[in-house]
Design a protein around this ligand. Structure first.
Ligand code: C2E
Ligand code: MG
Ligand code: MG
Length: 928
C-alpha cells in the first residue's frame, strides 16, 4: 500500500469515513498540503486589510477635514455674531444718544414717545425705556408705574454716577423691578450743559436681543449662540428657539478658553446643560468687554458624514465578504486543480510502475497545434524507462521532446496519424509491424500500439510483441502443416478449401477433392511399429506429391487419410487420370525395414459443384465415396454418388435391427467340429454365431460382426455367445453326451471394452461347467493391432483353465518373437493357406508354419479343409487337427445330440459317416 495513504487512515477514520470512502485519499492529500488551503484565504485577508486601511484612512481624513471645516465655521459664525450683535448694540446706543439729545433739547423732559414712535428703532427686544434724574428718581418711563420710583441704587445708575467719561454701560442680566422680567440694561449718562452728571437714560432689553442673530438654518436645533461679559456674566444663551435664563445657565462656563478668541471642541455636562458635543468658536466685542460664542452641534453637523461613513463601512464589509468568498472559491478551484494534478501524477506513476513491471512502454503525448488549431506535432509529456528503451534512449532524453525529433518523413506522418486517430475516436488499439527503415527509431519487429485519450492528452502503451508474433507465425505454420510428412494438414484445408471454392465459383471452373485412405496400413503399422508406419506415411506423401501436378495440393488429414485437391479441373477424365496415377503410385510396394510391403489405396472423389458447393459437403461426400470403395473391395476410386447415402442409410437401419436382435436374442450359435487328423475323432468344436434375421433366414457373421465391432455392440453379442456356449455345454453334460472342448471367437473390442475374464467366470459359475471345456480364439491380426498381446488377460484366462488359440494365422504379420512371448496353445492356419496347399511350394509354407508352432509347443489346426486330398496332405505335413466342410459344416447344437466322439478314419470314406453323424441341412453338402 502507498505509505502516504497509509498515514492518512487515522485522520480519515476519525471523520467516520469507511476504508473505501472516496474521500480518504483526498483528505490524505489535503493533510500533506495544508498550505493549499491557506494560500488563497491569506491573500484574501491581505486584500481585505488593504481595503480597510484605505477606507478607514479615507474616512479619518474626511472626518478631520470636516472637523476643521466645522472649526472654521464656528469661528466664522462667532465673528458674524459679534459683528451683527455689535451693530444692534450700537443701534441701541444710538437710540440712547437720541433720547438724551431729545432730553436736553426738550428742557430735560424727554420725549420718549415721540422718539420711540418715530419708528426708527426696533422695539422688538425692548422691555423698558426710562429717564432717571440725578437723584435716582424715574422721570419718564415706558412703564408709567415706574415714574417717581427710586432706581438710584441700581448698578446701571451707580455705574454712570461714578463714571469718569460718557460711555455706554451694559449691565449683567437683571430682574426688572416692575415686570420681574429678565433684562439687560443699556444706560448713558444725562449731562448738564456744563458736563456734570444729571441722571441716566435707560433701555432695558430682553436677553434675546443678544441672540437675535442666531443663524437658525445653520446652527439648527442643537447649535448655540451666547454673549457673555469678559468678567464672566452670561448675558444670553440660545439653543434653537430657546433663549435660556441666566438662572439656569446653559453654558456652564461662559469663557470657553483663556484666549480672547478661539475654537474648541467642547462637550459633556461640564460645558453644556444638555451634555452634547459642540465645536465652539468665540470672538471678543472690541471695547465692550463682551465675548460672542457660537457652538455648532457636532453630531448634527457631522450627520451627513456619519451617514456617508456608515455607507462606506457597509460597502467595505460587503467587499470584504466578497473578497473572502473569492478567496474560498479560489481555494476550491486551486485545491481541485492540484488534486487533479496529483491524481494524474499518481495515476501516471502507478501506470508507469505497472507498465514498468509489465514490460510495456508507456508515454503521455500532448498534441501541439498551430495558430489554426491544426495538430502539427506531439510532445512527450511523460514516459517510462521501458518506453525509452524501445527507442534506445533514456526516459530523460524523450520527456519534453517532440515526436518529430525521433520520427522523420513518412514514419513521422504515420505516427502522427495514429495519434490523431486516437484523439478523434478516444481509443486506438492495433498490432503493427515495425517497418524496417534505416531511420526507424523503434527497436522491435512487431508492436502492440494502444492509445487512450485522457484530458486532451494521449496515454500510449507500446508492447514489444515481436517474440510472441514470431511464435504465433511459427505456430500457424505448424498448425497448417503436418509434422510427419510436411504436407498441409486438416486445419489448412479447412481454411484453404472455402477460398479455392470461391475462386472456382468466380472463375467458373471445376474443382476436385480426392479422398484417399490407405488399405492395409494399420496392419503394417501395428506389426512393424510406429516408426516404420511413419516412414511409410512419409513415403506415401512423397509419392502422392509426385503423382499430381505441381499446382495441385496434397494434404494429410491424419492417420492414413490423405486428400488431393485439384483446382481448375476441366473434365471428369482429367480427374480419373489423376486418380489412376495416384493408384499407380502404390503399385511398386513400399520398402520398409528391409522388406517390401504392398499397400493399396481407396479413393473417393468429390467434384465441385456437382457433389457439393461448400468445403464441408465436398469433403464429406468424397469421404463417403471412399468408404464405398472400401466396402466394395478396396483398391480403386469412385466418384461420389447419391446412392452411397443409401448404403449408409441401410447400414444405419441394420444397426437398429442388430440392437433389436440383441434385445430379442435372435442370435444362435452353431458348432463346427475340429477333427484330430491322427485319430479321426472330434477333438473340439468351434462356436460360430449366426443371426436368425426375421424374413431373411440365417445370416452369417461376416455380414454383421464388422458393424457390431464398429458400434461396440460386439460386447453384448460376445456376452450372449459365451452364455449360450456354457448353457449348451451344461445341457450336453446333462444329456450324458461325450464332451469335447468348445472354442469361442473373441473380438479384440471385447478385450478393450469389457471384462472378458469376469464374463467367463460368471458364465462358468452360472451354468456349473468345467472351464477346461472352453477355448478362446483370437485372430492373429486383431491381437497384434489392439496390443492385447501386451495385456495380462491371456495369462488370467489360462489361470482359469481356458485354452488359447491363434485364429487365421498367416494373415496377421505376427513375428516369431511375439508368438514366443504370448504362449498360445493352438495355432489355426488360415483357410487361404490350405487352399494353396496343392499349389507348388504351398506345402512348404504350411510345413514351416507347423514346424514353428510345434517348436513353440502349440497344436496346429488347419482351417477350411474341404477335400480329402487337403486333409491327407496336412496329415502328412504333421498338422494336428483339421476343420472344414470336408468334416462338417457348422451346425445347430441339436445336431450334436448323437455321440460326438466319432472317428473320421484316415482313409475311410468319411462322407457317409459325416452324413450319418450330422443330420442338419448344412451337413448334407459335406463332401464335395
Ligand atoms: P473363423 O473363426 O475363422 O471361423 C471359421 C469360418 O470358416 C466360419 O465361417 C466357417 O463356417 C468357415 N469354414 C469352416 N470350414 C470351411 C470350409 O471348408 N470352407 C469354407 N469356405 N469355409 C469354412 P463363419 O461361420 O461365416 O464365420 C466367419 C468368422 O466370423 C469367423 O471366422 C470368426 O472370425 C467370426 N465369428 C464367428 N462367430 C463369432 C463369434 O461368436 N464371435 C466373434 N467375435 N466372431 C465370430
Ligand atoms: Mg475362429
Ligand atoms: Mg479362422
Amino acid at each position: 500500500m502507498n505509505p502516504r495513504i497509509d498515514k492518512a487512515i487515522p485522520a480519515a477514520s476519525t471523520l467516520g469515513l469507511g476504508v473505501n470512502s472516496p474521500l480518504r485519499p483526498f483528505l490524505a492529500f489535503l493533510r500533506q498540503r495544508m498550505s493549499l488551503l491557506l494560500v488563497w484565504p491569506a491573500i484574501a485577508l491581505v486584500v481585505i486589510a488593504v481595503l480597510w486601511s484605505y477606507v478607514l484612512r479615507g474616512l479619518g481624513h474626511e472626518e478631520r477635514e470636516r472637523g476643521a471645516e466645522l472649526e472654521q465655521q464656528a469661528g466664522a459664525y462667532a465673528q458674524s455674531l459679534v459683528i451683527r450683535t455689535r451693530r444692534s448694540i450700537d443701534e441701541t446706543d444710538r437710540l440712547l444718544l437720541l433720547l438724551r439729545h431729545s432730553w436736553a433739547s426738550s428742557g430735560n423732559r424727554g420725549d420718549l414717545a415721540g422718539t420711540l414712535e418715530a419708528g426708527i428703532f426696533s422695539q422688538q427686544y425692548m422691555s423698558a425705556v426710562a429717564f432717571i434724574d440725578r437723584n435716582g428718581i424715574a422721570v419718564t418711563s415706558t412703564h408709567p408705574a415706574a415714574v417717581g420710583r427710586y432706581f438710584g441704587n441700581r448698578p446701571y445708575f451707580v455705574a454712570q454716577q461714578h463714571a469718569v467719561e460718557d460711555r455706554l454701560y451694559l449691565s449683567g442680566p437683571l430682574d426688572a423691578q416692575l415686570t420681574g422680567q429678565e433684562v439687560v440694561a443699556f444706560s448713558r449718562p444725562l449731562l448738564t450743559p456744563d458736563g456734570r452728571f444729571d441722571g441716566i437714560v435707560l433701555i432695558n432689553v430682553l436677553p434675546a436681543f443678544f441672540t437675535q442673530h442666531y443663524a437658525e438654518p445653520i446652527l439648527g436645533k442643537y447649535g448655540f449662540a451666547a454673549v457673555a461679559r469678559t468678567d464672566g456674566a452670561l448675558l444670553a444663551t440660545r439653543t434653537g428657539d430657546t433663549v435660556h435664563s441666566y438662572r439656569k445657565p446653559f453654558l456652564r462656563e461662559p469663557m470657553p478658553g483663556r484666549d480672547p478668541q478661539g475654537v474648541a471642541l467642547l462637550g459633556g455636562r461640564r460645558w453644556f446643560a444638555d451634555g452634547r458635543l459642540r465645536v465652539v468658536g468665540w470672538q471678543p466685542f472690541p471695547d465692550l468687554g463682551l465675548v460672542g460664542i457660537v457652538g455648532i452641534d457636532e453630531y448634527s453637523a457631522m450627520a451627513a458624514f456619519w451617514a456617508h461613513r456608515e455607507a462606506r463601512l457597509a460597502a467595505a464589509w460587503w467587499n470584504s465578504a466578497w473578497i473572502m468568498l473569492a478567496g474560498l472559491l479560489a481555494t476550491g478551484v486551486f485545491v481541485h486543480a492540484r488534486w487533479r494534478q496529483h491524481q494524474m501524477d499518481a495515476l501516471r506513476a502507478a501506470y508507469r510502475l505497472a507498465t514498468e513491471d509489465a514490460g510495456d512502454g508507456f508515454f503521455i503525448n500532448r498534441p501541439l497545434r498551430d495558430r489554426h488549431g491544426v495538430i502539427r506535432d506531439f510532445s512527450v509529456v511523460d514516459c517510462n524507462q521501458h518506453g525509452a528503451a524501445m527507442f534506445g534512449r533514456q526516459a530523460e532524453e524523450l520527456i519534453g521532446h517532440r515526436l518529430s525529433e525521433f520520427y522523420r518523413g513518412e514514419l513521422f506522418e504515420r505516427a502522427c496519424e495514429r495519434l490523431c486517430q486516437a484523439l478523434e475516436t478516444g481509443f486506438y488499439d492495433r498490432e503493427l509491424p515495425v517497418e524496417p527503415a534505416p531511420d526507424q527509431p523503434l527497436r522491435a519487429r512487431w508492436i502492440r500500439y494502444k492509445a487512450v485519450r485522457a484530458n486532451g492528452d494521449l496515454a500510449v502503451t507500446i508492447r514489444d510483441i515481436s517474440e510472441s508474433k514470431a511464435h504465433l507465425t511459427e505456430l500457424e505454420r505448424r498448425s497448417n502443416s503436418d509434422e510427419l510428412t510436411g504436407l498441409p494438414n486438416r486445419y489448412w484445408i479447412q481454411q484453404f478449401l472455402p477460398r479455392a471454392i470461391a475462386r472456382a465459383r468466380a472463375g467458373g471452373h471445376g474443382l476436385a477433392v480426392l479422398f484417399i485412405d490407405l488399405d492395409g496400413f494399420k496392419a503394417v503399422n501395428d506389426v512393424l511399429g510406429h516408426a516404420a508406419g511413419d516412414e511409410l506415411l512419409r513415403t506415401v506423401g512423397k509419392r502422392l506429391k509426385l503423382a499430381v501436378r505441381p499446382r495441385d495440393h496434397v494434404v494429410r488429414l491424419g492417420g492414413d487419410e490423405f486428400v488431393v485437391l485439384l483446382e481448375q479441373v476441366g473434365s471428369r477424365e482429367d480427374v480419373e487420370h489423376v486418380a489412376g496415377r495416384v493408384l499407380a503410385a502404390f503399385h511398386d510396394g513400399f520398402h520398409v525395414q528391409h522388406a517390401t510391403h504392398v499397400l493399396g489405396a481407396s479413393i473417393g472423389i468429390g467434384l465441385y459443384p456437382e457433389h457439393g458447393e461448400d468445403a464441408e459437403t465436398l469433403l464429406k461426400n468424397a469421404d463417403i465415396a471412399m468408404y464405398s470403395v472400401k466396402t466394395e473391395g478396396k483398391g480403386g476410386f469412385c466418384f461420389f454418388q447419391s446412392r452411397f447415402f443409401e448404403a449408409i442409410r441401410a447400414r444405419l437401419e441394420t444397426e437398429v435391427e442388430l440392437r433389436r436382435a440383441l434385445d430379442l436374442q435372435q442370435f444362435v450359435v452353431h458348432y463346427q467340429p475340429r477333427v484330430d487328423l491322427a485319430t479321426g475323432s472330434a477333438a473340439s468344436m468351434e462356436a460360430l454365431v449366426r443371426w436368425e434375421r426375421p424374413g431373411q433366414g440365417l445370416v452369417g457373421p461376416d455380414r454383421f460382426i464388422p458393424l457390431l465391432e464398429e458400434t461396440g455392440l460386439i460386447v453384448r453379442l460376445g456376452e450372449q455367445v459365451i452364455d449360450s456356449v456354457c448353457r449348451q455345454l451344461a445341457s450336453w453334460t446333462r444329456h450324458g453326451a461325450a464332451l469335447v472342448p468348445v472354442s469361442v471367437n473373441i473380438s479384440p473390442r471385447q478385450f478393450s471394452q469389457s471384462d472378458v475374464i469376469a464374463m467367463f467366470r460368471n458364465a462358468v459359475a452360472r451354468h456349473g461347467i468345467d472351464p477346461g471345456m472352453l477355448e478362446i480364439e483370437v485372430t492373429e491380426s486383431s491381437m497384434m493391432q489392439e496390443g492385447i498381446g501386451e495385456s495380462a488377460v491371456f495369462s488370467q484366462l489360462r489361470e482359469l483353465g481356458i485354452k488359447l488359440c491363434i485364429d487365421d494365422f498367416g494373415t496377421g504379420y505376427s513375428s516369431l518373437s511375439q508368438l514366443q512371448k504370448l504362449r498360445f496353445d493352438v495355432l489355426k492356419i488360415d483357410r487361404a493357406f490350405v487352399l494353396r496347399i496343392e499349389h507348388p511350394e504351398g506345402d512348404t509354407l504350411i510345413a514351416s508354419m507347423i514346424a514353428m508352432a510345434h517348436a513353440l509347443g502349440m497344436r496346429v489346426v488347419a482351417e477350411g479343409i474341404e477335400s480329402r486330398r487337403q486333409m491327407q496332405l496336412l496329415r502328412t505335413l504333421g498338422c494336428d487337427e483339421g476343420q472344414g466342410f470336408y468334416f462338417s459344416r457348422p451346425v445347430a447344437p441339436e445336431a450334436h445330440r448323437a455321440p460326438l466322439a466319432r472317428a473320421w478314419g484316415g482313409g475311410a470314406p468319411l462322407g457317409g459317416l459325416v452324413g450319418a453323424c450330422f443330420s442338419g441341412p448344412e451337413a448334407c453338402a459335406a463332401d464335395p
